[in-house]
Design a protein around this ligand. Structure first.
Ligand code: FAD
Length: 401
């Protein structure tokens, strides 16, 4: 059996290896358009490669994918996080789990993962062709005719693992096969707030915030990092991923409301401030201490609502107290534009999942054609979820069921 794999990234390598594991006699040829393979793996996770996420409940795991979660939930049963850890372990790659459950090679070097994939690929006898761009696939009786650098080649099965594309034109050759393409838009970006004085707090982290989109239902909780251009951190990135389409439709002009004490309701925050005020009557308002609100942020918020920092709690009026509660629970910011999160950037959109069988990754439109990785309309939040999707879909596609 002649099998072509198109795309030399994480998904393409994993799919090629899986083909040889399941069909040792198959001839597997991987076509990569550039001169280098696995280039995203190499730069991933700040050069450390966040391979997966230590989450063994497939329902919980699936919640980390703004697109494709339901599709993957069923696929994880075949190859999930446990299988990923075992797969690398069996090839002498020891993985470690960090406090936030992200999983990295113990070497802290993405090269370990690159080397492992290349060694396995070569050991199993897969063939690599770089500088080989696929521009067309045609179904030719019971075979596929691939156009690689203007040359026609025949294969019985084809696995497409060409990754995401920021422009819909990048999917045109796949659309021609009859596949519906979900419009690509960026996911995982940070919020720009030009000329907003909050940027003076750059480097400040509020560990337990909640960010809500004003005039929408989207919200996400977690740490917020204030940067010199606006806001970043897990809560912001998560909101950008789950809101990728909605925020693109708003042309990245929108307002957010931040609750800086996400663990507390507005009433609880009111009680907290009142009780602090009662027990610190003669202290200056600037002296408020709370683990969730860094001192610089507190001073900024108080100044923002127009209360002098040297005011004593006993002199704070009811109206001022309301203002404090409001800025802690509903602090409003205008977002004007986005900045791509360089640590982990993915595209939302791609091959519509309605036309792909989740048990096999085979196209429901063209028999014998399979998909794996980010070319599918699947993307996760940060934390190793995107590679897990590549391993899962690559492994299953390679079974060629
Ligand atoms: C800077 C950065 C850091 C990241 N860090 C992490 C991380 O730590 N953890 C995590 O889970 N995710 C991370 N991600 C996301 C993750 O890298 C991707 O989700 C993953 O690489 C997708 O794998 P893929 O094989 O589907 O696509 P890709 O890695 O994009 O590979 C596709 C390959 O196909 C080739 N190709 C495209 N079109 C053609 C064609 N027509 N013919 C031949 N070849 C073609 C491309 O050149 C490319 O080599 C990161 C992303 C970036 C950009």
């Amino acid at each position: 059996m002649n099998v072509a794999v198109i795309g030399g990234g994480a998904a393409g390598f994993f799919a090629s290896i899986s083909v040889k594991q399941h069909h040792p006699n198959a001839r597997v040829v991987l076509f990569e358009k550039s001169t280098k393979v696995l280039s995203k793996v190499k730069v991933s996770g700040g050069g450390r490669c966040n391979v997966t996420h230590s989450c063994f409940d497939n329902n919980v795991l699936a919640n980390n994918y703004p697109r494709g979660g339901r599709f993957l939930k069923k696929a994880f049963h075949q190859f999930g996080v446990n299988e990923t850890i075992d797969w690398f372990g069996e090839r002498n790659v020891v993985l470690k789990t960090e406090k936030d459950n992200r999983v990295f090679p113990i070497t802290d070097s993405s090269q370990t993962i690159v080397d492992c994939l290349i060694q396995e690929f070569e050991k199993l006898g897969c063939i690599l062709n770089t500088k080989s761009a696929s521009t067309a696939i045609e179904r030719n009786k019971d075979q596929f005719q691939l156009t690689i650098n203007d040359q026609k080649m025949l294969f019985e099965k084809v696995i497409v693992a060409t990754g995401g594309s920021p422009k819909k034109e990048g999917f045109e050759w796949l659309r021609k096969l009859g596949h519906k393409i979900e419009l690509p838009v960026p996911s995982l970006f940070t919020f720009n707030m030009p000329k907003n004085s909050v940027s003076e707090l750059m480097g400040t982290v509020a560990p337990e915030a909640r960010v809500r989109l004003q005039g929408g239902k989207l919200e996400s909780a977690g740490p917020v990092l204030i940067t010199h251009w606006g806001m970043s951190g897990p809560a912001v990135l998560k909101l950008s991923a789950f809101g990728a389409r909605e925020l693109a439709e708003r042309n990245y002009h929108f307002s957010i409301l931040i609750s800086w004490l996400a663990a507390h309701s507005e009433e609880e925050v009111r009680e907290l401030i009142k009780s602090h005020s009662t027990s610190n009557r003669l202290a200056q308002i600037s002296n408020f201490r709370n683990e969730q609100i860094p001192k610089r942020l507190w001073m900024y918020l108080i100044t923002k609502v127009g209360i002098p920092l040297d005011k004593r709690w006993v002199d704070v009026s009811k109206k001022e107290l309301n203002k404090i509660v409001n800025v802690l629970c509903n602090d409003s910011y205008d977002v004007r534009g986005k900045t791509t999160f360089k640590e982990e950037f993915v595209t939302c959109g791609g091959i519509s999942l309605n036309e792909v069988n989740h048990q096999t990754m085979e196209s429901k439109v063209v028999a014998g054609l399979y998909f794996s990785g980010e070319v599918l309309d699947i993307d996760g939040v940060t934390g190793g979820f995107n590679f897990q999707a590549a391993w899962t879909t690559g492994f299953i596609a390679g079974k060629l069921n």
